[in-house]
Design a protein around this ligand. Structure first.
Ligand SMILES: C[S@@+](CC[C@H](N)C(=O)[O-])C[C@H]1O[C@@H](n2cnc3c(N)ncnc32)[C@H](O)[C@@H]1O
Length: 251
């Protein structure tokens, strides 16, 4: 794992052989990132992936995607994922956040001395199984039927943590993308009202923009504490940020 602040030598990574780089890159491509991009921007993106320490590290640690490090770094700062926790991961494909959640909540029951958690991953896309996670691939989280299914799996219990890394297919219109992703965050917040246990946590990803303050204000009405996070693994040139709502208030 790359602890926050660790400086891996980029030269070491660049010196590794070409095949190794290609394998590492192909294992860590989040498919949605390539959709709708022209060839030259895809080439630029591949070049950047080759230089990216988190892409390399994800390959070494068998994470499906570099995004794993965003959740690892958020968790390192906040310790929101604990053994025995029930976690709902919205926008879970290809599955690296599920992998991180499974490890932290002991949902495989690997450590018999710790309580066993539960991880539910939901995505529009197909997902390969993640050991220790209950997956709902091909499911739109915003649909009533999907949310009902999640509650069925929870079986009258409440989640401790609800995560959303959901992202729509980006169009060329930044403000439109922003509105859509904020809409997804609101659907997670709405769901949290009936699915999160008192004291629980919500983390959602958005692209910064005009509606952020509206979302933050809405979260403040139901969480003791709301803060904006930008983990080191989140690229500087991306407007991506994460909102953390901690201490869900009993309604
Ligand atoms: C950045 S990726 C998530 C990466 C994931 N956290 C990981 O670490 O592997 C964003 C995902 O959100 C999903 N998504 C977007 N809108 C969704 C929706 N309405 N319901 C479920 N998934 C959605 C996309 O299909 C995509 O796989």
């Amino acid at each position: 794992m790359v602890p926050t602040g660790t400086k891996l030598r980029i030269s070491t990574i660049l010196k590794s052989n070409y095949l190794d780089s290609l394998i590492s890159i192909s294992r860590n491509i989040c498919v949605t990132n390539l959709v709708n991009k022209d060839v030259s921007s895809s080439n630029r993106w591949l070049e950047r992936q080759k230089r990216d320490i988190f892409v390399k590290q994800a390959g070494l640690e068998n994470y499906r995607c570099r995004s794993a490090f965003k959740l690892l770094q958020i968790n390192e700062k906040t310790q929101i994922l604990r053994p025995g926790h029930f976690v709902i991961d919205c926008g879970a494909a290809p599955g690296s956040w599920c992998q991180v959640a499974v490890q932290n909540v002991n949902s495989t029951g690997k450590d018999p001395n710790k309580p066993k958690g539960l991880v539910i991953g939901i995505d529009l896309q197909h997902m390969s199984p993640v050991e220790g996670a209950y997956l709902l691939p091909g499911s739109d989280f915003t649909k009533v039927a999907t949310q009902a299914k999640v509650k069925e799996i929870l079986c009258d219990r409440k989640a401790n943590v609800i995560l959303s890394d959901m992202a729509p297919r980006a169009t060329g219109h930044k403000s439109h993308n922003h509105e859509i992703i904020v809409g997804l965050c609101f659907s997670v917040l709405q769901f949290s009202l009936s699915a999160l246990s008192p004291g629980g946590t919500m983390v959602c990803k958005l692209w910064a923009g005009g509606d952020q303050s509206r979302l933050e204000a809405a979260m403040r009405t139901v969480f003791e504490q709301v803060k904006v996070m930008k983990p080191e693994a989140s690229r500087d040139d991306s407007s991506e940020i994460f909102l953390l709502g901690k201490g869900f208030k009993e309604l």
